[in-house]
Design a protein around this ligand. Structure first.
Ligand code: AMP
Ligand code: GLY
Length: 425
């Protein structure tokens, strides 16, 4: 079959890498892709949000399956458009993707179906929101309702910070219409984990647990990014916690979506805070994680394509995926300045030294080809992902590879996986 993956990040590279291993797949395309993806799929120069052009490409090239990476095309209705044109596509439709597209919708759903999450209130008026902050005190978390490229969530330790966040979102409109409404939410304390399932709207198949590292600096300091590294499994998700996540969170949410007339098919990602063995939802995403997908795909055994097709066709059978028991860590190498402004077009050196290495793979994110060179082309540039018998081994291998790769202005956190290390050793 012919498969098209949509997107250009590390998540999409790991999807292309995994889907390309399927014996069912004869031709693989990616739009728009990156320099790493171009080594294993034909990259098509169409942006992930040019929905009509993507559908026309899929139609005229006989694409049998399209897999969507990022959230924006999903919330724009890419799945609805493809299905309307008789094209097979993996992902939730527009109404279902609202679980990520609107935090107010998501929180109201969770509250209606009794899914554990932080206490909250929604506001469409800045002064009323400010009065609420005054009345409940800090810390609180201020969240823009709509998509804000991971920047719309502002944990506020002081009233001044919370009010500043409200002004930025609702008055200055830093995220445009995404800031027409806000959530003000209880500040939760605990350890975070990402828990991701495949679903056909009724049956759920969990992927391996993982943990992201959102802040830019070591020790979880500084502003949040899309994610500076991830590992799988996350030791905080014990067997008991896993069961609670499925029974109290994932199953009721999927059932709730169906009851609301928003059958959810595709991949559902829960960002969780876990304290004393009790998980609570921070947010839902309508897609695979980035960078979580890199370690997860490295650990997944067997063919992913039949699972994706079963989600589309509504015949996903229960049962478990076979996982490589080894521990996997992904260290993101970024452009200095990210998540703020940064320079592009820096030549990346050392990639050729690591292509043949065992148990390690370098997934590309913001990279582009420039003649014989590969150059930086984004904030997050590479995801160096390594397997190890234990956390220690995986971390050591990943960082030994990171050190071989260089460009002018490369930045990475030096403590990815440390929390897991503290837990298991
Ligand atoms: P989100 O995009 O909603 O997952 O939020 C981004 C990050 O903000 C999360 O990964 C958490 O680190 C933090 N965060 C979000 N909501 C809360 C909360 N209620 N309490 C504490 N931290 C939070
Ligand atoms: N790594 C966070 C996300 O994918 O949203």
């Amino acid at each position: 079959m012919k498969v098209l993956v949509v997107g250009s990040g590390g998540r999409e590279h790991s999807l292309v890498w995994k889907i390309g291993q399927s014996s069912k797949v004869k031709e693989l395309f990616c739009a728009p892709g990156n320099a790493g993806i171009a080594q294993m799929a034909e990259c098509i120069d169409i942006s992930a949000t040019d929905l009509d052009d993507l559908a026309t490409f899929a139609d005229s090239n006989g694409i049998d399956l399209t897999v969507v990476g990022p959230e924006l095309p999903l919330t724009m209705g890419m799945v609805d458009l493809f299905e309307g044109r008789g094209l097979r596509i993996f992902g939730p439709n527009k109404k279902a993707a609202e679980i990520e597209g609107s935090k107010v919708f998501c929180k109201d759903l969770l509250s209606k179906y009794g899914v554990p999450t932080a206490h909250y209130r929604a506001f469409d008026n800045r002064d009323e929101a400010a009065a609420y902050v005054e009345s409940i005190g800090v810390p609180v978390v201020v969240k823009a309702d709509g998509l804000a490229a991971g920047k719309g969530v502002i944990p506020s330790m002081t009233k001044e910070d919370a009010l500043k966040a409200l002004d930025m979102i609702m008055v200055e409109k830093a995220f445009g219409d995404a800031g027409n409404r806000v959530i003000i939410e209880e500040f939760l304390i605990g350890e975070e984990a990402s828990f991701i399932v495949l679903t056909d709207g009724e049956t759920l198949v969990p992927l391996a647990s993982s943990q992201d590292h959102k802040p830019i600096y070591d020790g979880d300091r500084g502003p949040n990014t899309g994610g500076m590294g991830a590992y799988s499994p996350a030791p905080v998700v014990t067997e008991g916690v896993h069961e609670k996540i499925m029974d109290e969170i994932m199953i009721p949410t999927i059932k709730g979506m169906a009851s609301e007339g928003r059958l959810y098919r595709g991949v559902l990602y829960a960002g969780l805070m876990i304290a004393n063995g009790q998980p609570k939802v921070l947010e839902f995403n309508a897609r695979f994680g980035d960078p979580e997908n890199q370690p997860i795909m490295m650990r997944m055994r067997g063919d992913i394509v039949p699972l994706l097709e079963a989600c589309i066709d509504g015949n996903l059978r229960g049962g478990l995926i076979d996982w490589d028991p080894r521990w996997t860590v992904c260290v993101v190498m970024a452009s200095k300045g990210y998540p703020g402004s940064y320079k592009k077009n820096k030549v990346i050196r050392g990639l050729n030294l690591v292509t043949e290495m065992k148990d390690v793979f370098v997934f590309h994110a913001g990279t582009a080809g420039a003649g014989k060179n590969i150059v930086t082309n984004g904030g997050r540039v590479l995801g160096v992902t390594a397997l190890g018998e234990n956390a220690h081994g995986a971390i050591e291998l990943a960082y030994s590879v990171v050190k071989k790769i260089q460009w002018d202005g490369a930045y990475y956190r030096s403590d990815i996986g440390k929390r897991a290390l503290d837990r298991v050793e």
